[in-house]
Design a protein around this ligand. Sequence first.
Ligand SMILES: [Zn+2]
Length: 690
Amino acid sequence: MSHSGNVKRLSRREFGGLVAAAAALPMVPAPQNPPQTRQPDGTPPPLRRLVPDAPPFDATLEFTLRPVTLPAEPFPMTQVRLLPNSAFSDAQEWNRGYMARLDADRMLYTFRANAGLPTASAKPLGGWEQPENGQRASELRGHFAGHFLSASALLFASTGDSAAKSKADYMVAEMAKCQEKLGGKYLSAFPTTWWDRLEKGQRVWAPFYTIHKITAGMWDMYRLAGNKQALRVLEGMSAWADEWTAPKTYEHMQQILTIEFGGIAETLYHLAAETRDARWATVGDRFQKRSFINPLAQHRDELRGLHVNTHVPQAIAAARRYEISGDYRFHDVADYFFHEVSTARSYVTGGTSNAEAWLAPPRRLAAELKMSANTAECCCAYNMLKLARQLYSWRPDSAYFDYYERLLLNHRIGTIRPKVGTTQYYLSMAPGAWKTFNTEDQTFWCCTGSGVEEYAKLTDSIYWRDRDGLYVNLFIPSELDWTEKGFKLRQETAYPNSETTTLTVVAARPDTLAMRLRVPGWLRSAPSIKVNGRALDASAAPGSYLSLNRAWKAGDKIEMELPMHLRAEAMPDDSQLQAFLYGPLVLAGDLGAEGLTEAHIVGPNLRVGFPNVEQNGSPLAAVNRTPPIPDLEIPTFRAAGTDLASWIKPTDKPQVFRTTGQKKDVTLVPLNSLFDRRYSVYWQVARAQS
Ligand SMILES: [Zn+2]
């Protein structure tokens, strides 16, 4: 979402200044296509497809509903359950607790106030939900209720929590009353005068972004919680969006799309496919931003300077557009976008963005990291997981889940506050950073919204299926009930805190079924696998699947070993700026907690006080200043030889390491386990003179 303190926003001018600061970087021409491996005779290989000369998208976008058959699909969340006592079930329960503490009437306050209905004596929420009542109001108000509907629907699908569904059903019914009062179509928590501002190019935060969150919430309540009223509310809102956009010229709409609008097209495409009514896709097509999708369709990275979290959902919408129409240009937009962001614009955790934007050319992450401390917005991780999952259904390649696992284990599992269930805005990669979390009811960042959704759907995408059988993509303690095939599977593991996972067939019919286990790309060699206690002769290379094809019977047991090792990953533009990993886990150096108080940890969303931020004169330094914090000297290292194990040693605690022989030695722990401490993920590592 956009730039802000608790309620104060970074102005567009300030944001523009930040992007302008990025322009001071030495210019490196962006590669026009992904790096290509040369053929043995030295000629470059053909491109993945012919790149057209002319821009492929313009005003004349035609839509015909022609759904593509996809080779793989995730099991519905209703058929998967998390087992208790894991990092995943803990996160699910902490999030469920936070959601249960939020009062429905408080979330409805701004909707009722906007529709002129009684507000049920509820106390309004603060932060980005703050209404006009004597305080500076937030122009994003209403967004969180949409997220909350999605999260409730996801939680119901993941756990069967009927109380979560009832609360959200009540909210849908009350929001429908607001819609009725406003004329039967328009529904939001802010007045229609803001649309006049948007139309005239006057300043307004992100009205279509907010509308998207509400429509997505309605769609999820219909799709996952069977709420038919939510579908009617969504149709009404979509009809309003049709009427608002239809009279505008193509060029005028393109101008309007320069203001953050996110993934509204995706919901409209879902609605078109569900109702088989092309009208909604035509409305969705009005939200295709030409200057974003044209370069991507031609495999050009022109992402620098763009706001990340409004564009990832646009790539998701493009992906959905391909799926329902077969228009391959949209396939390429989403596919190339994912390739570029996941390989050339992601930090070691898989996270992307800096101060909500891509500030540097591709593969210039060390340079970008110096521009602010506000790296890797959580919404971006949420949306990139969503895109990865979608692309995997087109081509079930294990590499998507190597990326997914990296982001899930390092960026998502470690950004929910233990027991409390509040979540982060940025996962900072800046040296000396610490994790910060939203307040209970005075924050409501965009990431608070995507946060309640994320931890409500941890059952999603562990298991997938195709014609031949199933895929095990994530190592999460869980049970799968493949009702249609009478097949039940139980996965028990403490991964990533252990190196094994055990799958037990709980029920099976005597049909042959392929079970494909993801063999992570980070492994050094093929893993050893036991079936019913006997080691298999065969295995599979890292970065592939091990396929076990047989007639399974109840009691069959598969054990897979995933031996972890230490390794370093350097920044693409600075080989001495390195991060350390142990297996799939990014390690963070524990830099202590001196001066760190609850006031630093809860509430603020921007970390200031880092020398690089202050000295750059970045506008962020002036925003939402947290209490002073002591200066911190970030250690630098000298590598004793090329083998990390020679100077980073295991301690007596599992997955905890300590450097040796350095001027100042540091203890390294998994980033996802470190809370209320300052840390560094990236280090300057010089080669020792021999
Ligand atoms: Zn966010």
